[in-house]
Design a protein around this ligand. Structure first.
Ligand SMILES: [Zn+2]
Length: 257
């Protein structure tokens, strides 16, 4: 049986409080062997660390998601101290989720300041980044070219053209592919994942958000990472086992496990 790696799953969210353990059992039965819980804000880092202590096949990251920036005032010494200790957890393998989002009202200068703090940390600690980008690809690419984070990272929930994807891949960034590709209207992204090398792709659910086609309005779960892989296999006309094996290996390479 192939193994799957959900490279982006907010499994710490309260939506899963009532059935997290049962759902994880179902995941394991379906061959989902590992998942990564992205960081969102400082108080969440500690909650995630407790989950990581309970489940040794789960990984985490520590960063401040642009949607949670209103909970943090400045990059203080206290914040950095908390951040360093979160990153010291043996299964905290990346910095993020961080990035730029022009679809929200948060001051863009503040978003850039915090994104740069993540980039500096990634360079300092030689750790990969988990990046969220909406309507800010030019700015994101410029920052990546400027800092050249040595361990690369992933552009999570990627949607866009093959040219855009190639720009990221050439800078050492994988493309995180999720439920978007199950929608026929996402034609551009579907064409991109057909044309990119499989070595450039990770699979993810972004659960509980980003429901797949046919599941709109429902809670997304890490179980659906198998459906993302199936769609990828159909689009690329490659065996599912191959998709599972290569994307799992890609995630292990990126996160250095
Ligand atoms: Zn996310």
């Amino acid at each position: 049986m192939p193994f799957y790696f959900d490279s982006h799953c907010h499994f710490d969210f309260s939506e899963f409080d009532h059935d997290r353990a049962a759902l994880w059992q179902q995941c394991q039965d379906a061959g989902i062997d590992r998942l990564l819980i992205p960081g969102t804000e400082p108080t969440q880092w500690q909650r995630t660390a407790k989950l990581l202590d309970q489940y040794d096949h789960w990984l985490g990251s520590a960063g401040i998601h642009p949607w949670w920036l209103n909970q943090v005032d400045a990059i203080s010494d206290d914040l950095l101290k908390t951040w360093y200790s979160a990153l010291d957890h043996p299964r905290c393998v990346a910095i993020g989720e961080c990035g730029l989002d022009k679809a929200i009202n948060t001051d863009f200068a503040k978003q850039c300041e915090f994104f740069e703090a993540h980039l500096r940390l990634a360079c300092e600690r030689n750790m990969p980044l988990i990046i969220h980008v909406r309507k800010s690809h030019n700015e994101t690419l410029r920052f990546l070219q400027q800092y050249k984070p040595p361990a690369g990272g992933v552009i999570h929930g990627f949607s866009g053209s093959i040219e855009l994807a190639t720009n990221y891949w050439q800078l050492g960034f994988y493309l995180g592919i999720g439920g978007t590709i199950t929608y026929p209207r996402a034609n551009k992204t579907r064409q991109s994942v057909k044309g990119l090398p499989l070595e450039a792709l990770l699979i993810e659910t972004d659960a509980p958000d980003m429901p797949l086609m046919g599941h709109q309005g429902q809670r997304n779960t890490p179980l659906h990472v198998v459906d993302v892989a199936k769609t990828l296999a159909e689009l690329r006309n490659e065996p599912l086992e191959h998709i599972a094996q290569v994307t799992t290996q890609n995630a292990k390479t990126l996160f250095q496990i």
